[in-house]
Design a protein around this ligand. Structure first.
Ligand SMILES: Nc1ncnc2c1ncn2[C@@H]1O[C@H](COP(=O)(O)OP(=O)(O)OP(=O)(O)O)[C@@H](O)[C@H]1O
Ligand SMILES: [Mg+2]
Length: 543
């Protein structure tokens, strides 16, 4: 910035509209960093007078700018002022010509077959229309119906807005591209280039959101967040979206932004509140009647009881119900009772869905998920702390639990924390695979955790663990290793390794206390006496 540009700004700010001759001299020399004495010597003025002129000038500028201006901070303050003016100028060249009720649905999905969700639709429209919430986040696990609900809501509310724009972030668009796209829409393609800095781009966007009442829906916000780093971290290069959320939540404007996400962005967590303009709705499953309608739509019929059970089994997750309905039709000729008799509710499609979710978790989050699956029932936070204190300190554990809850992978209610049935099955399946891998490679990451956890469990839970975890593991290992002898050798070596690495309190005790030892020995004895009858004796009967 040149001194001439600085003087032009100063003259705009002063009431008089111009600098006096003495003020201009003081300003020019102060800009060069000269002292009052140097100025006085150069222009042969009285140093006291020069100082007075200076003090008066800085006082007037401080008043005009609302911040303290001195000879020393002059350059910094004026550069910031120039930047602010540039932002405003950029905005004022934006094109403001609204359509009435302009809608742009992007890749929004079809919601002509949409059931239930009346309460959620009511709550969301109250927040947006009555309370004028600026940022609303719709949170829920994959397949729960966030996208569908956001489209339905936008359809219902479009009459309330001058602009409705629905955009998916599923393919992680760069911030600049997405903002440009939105501004092009708002300006009817008149504005095609934006300032370079994300800060200024957001300023432009907010200008439109101030000027018009807009509903901007950003679907799949979680795509912008980093996998495996705890909740709310942005992927590299996507940080401007974080700034966007802050400013959309904190700056006054008359529009509403609806986000859908599997995870709660940190800024939303920091800004939200019941009486505040930033709100979150955690989406749970569909009510039974709506779930039953989905099953019917997919051509699956059954008794009232069977369909109810199926909806409950999938926690009312519409995607899971759709996938399950198709699978039941294909594999069991539409017979729900047959499907239940088989006892597996995690089909390929839902497995994929959960796999995506699970992959996003940090190691600590995955461990807590494993522990909850191992425990089978509810665990209070105190029980979790007692069991896992050496591995996860309390504050870390609490933040992991909160993060998992945000991701809708665990539920918390009065009795403590637990997982939806389908989630628990999926996590158990992963655990079994993981433990098998570790035994085969003789490493011990989850195995020790698993075995020590098992040692803590109540009897009835331990039975269920043996039935649902230990036996499938042994079953799988027998197939992989080929014989019970091989398996026992493998486990023996692993136990010795554990003893060496962790002499107390784990090592071989984990196998004994966890019931593994008995399982193997029991099956081996039986195998010896019944070897003619059973191909895999180790698995043949409960302990
Ligand atoms: N209320 C509903 N009635 C009927 N079908 C629904 C309903 N809600 C969702 N669906 C259907 O369930 C499927 C999953 O819904 P949707 O895509 O909205 O889930 P999502 O929560 O956005 O998942 P993701 O986190 O993977 O984006 C879609 O096929 C959708 O049409
Ligand atoms: Mg979605």
């Amino acid at each position: 910035m040149t001194v001439e540009e600085a003087i032009a700004i100063v003259e705009q700010l002063l009431e008089r509209g111009r600098l006096t001759r003495a003020q201009e001299i003081v300003f020019r020399y102060a800009w060069e960093g000269k002292t009052y004495l140097e100025m006085a010597r150069t222009v042969t003025y009285d140093p006291g007078h020069i100082k007075d002129v200076g003090s008066e000038l800085w006082r007037s500028l401080s008043q005009a700018l609302g911040e303290k201006v001195t000879k020393n901070n002059l350059q910094g303050v004026l550069k910031r002022t120039a930047q602010r003016q540039q932002d405003i100028n950029t905005s004022s060249t934006l094109n403001f010509q609204p359509f009435t009720n302009y809608t742009n649905w992007g890749e929004a999905i079809d919601v002509s077959q949409f059931y239930g969700r009346t309460t959620e639709l009511e709550t969301l429209s109250q927040w947006i229309v009555r309370d004028r919430a600026r940022v609303v986040t719709l949170l829920g696990m994959g397949g729960m119906g966030k996208t569908a609900l956001s489209v339905k809501l936008a359809e219902q509310l479009q009459g309330e807005f001058e602009y409705v724009i629905w955009r998916s972030l599923r393919h992680a668009p760069f911030f600049h591209d997405k903002v440009t796209e939105c501004i092009k829409i708002f300006s009817h393609q008149q504005v095609t280039t934006l300032p370079a800095s994300p800060y200024e781009q957001i300023t432009c966007l907010i200008e439109y959101l101030r000027k018009y009442r807009c509903l901007l829906i950003l679907d799949n916000f979680d795509t912008l967040l980093e996998q495996g780093k705890g909740t709310g971290c942005y992927r590299e290069g996507y940080e401007p979206y974080c700034e966007l959320l802050w400013r959309l939540g904190e700056t006054g404007h008359q529009s509403s932004i609806l986000l859908t996400s599997r995870e709660k962005p940190t800024e939303v967590a920091a800004l939200e509140g019941d009486g505040l303009p930033v709100r979150t709705l955690a989406l749970s499953g569909l009510e039974v009647a709506a779930g039953q309608k989905i099953l019917k739509l997919k051509g699956l019929s059954g008794s009232e009881d069977e369909t109810r059970q199926l909806v409950e089994c999938y926690g009312g997750n519409p995607l899971a119900l759709k996938i399950a309905a198709t699978s039941i039709r294909d594999l069991h000729e539409g017979n729900i009772a047959c499907f239940f008799a088989e006892g597996t509710t995690v089909f390929q499609g839902i497995g994929n869905l959960l796999e995506q979710q699970f992959k996003r978790l940090s190691t600590s989050e995955q461990q807590v998920m494993y522990w909850l699956a191992i425990n089978r029932g509810k665990l209070s936070s105190t029980e979790l702390q007692t069991a896992f204190t050496p591995i996860l300190p309390k504050p870390k554990l609490m933040s992991v639990l909160e993060s998992l809850r945000w991701r809708s992978l665990i539920e918390s209610n009065t009795g403590g924390f637990t997982q939806q049935p389908v989630v628990m099955e999926y996590v158990t399946k992963c655990l079994i695979e993981q433990v098998c891998k570790e035994i085969v490679t003789e490493s011990s990451q989850y195995l020790v955790t698993y075995a020590s956890m098992q040692a803590l469990a109540k009897d009835y839970i331990r039975d269920s663990q043996i039935h649902l975890i230990v036996r499938p593991i042994l079953n799988q290992l027998l197939i992989t290793l080929g014989s019970a002898d091989q398996l026992e050798d493998k486990l023996g070596r692993l136990v010795r390794k554990l003893q060496k690495e962790k002499p107390d309190p784990q090592g071989d005790e984990v196998f004994r206390d966890g019931g593994w030892d008995k399982q193997i020995r029991g099956r081996r004895n039986k195998a010896d006496s019944n070897s003619q009858k059973q191909s895999h004796p180790i698995l043949a009967s409960p302990r």
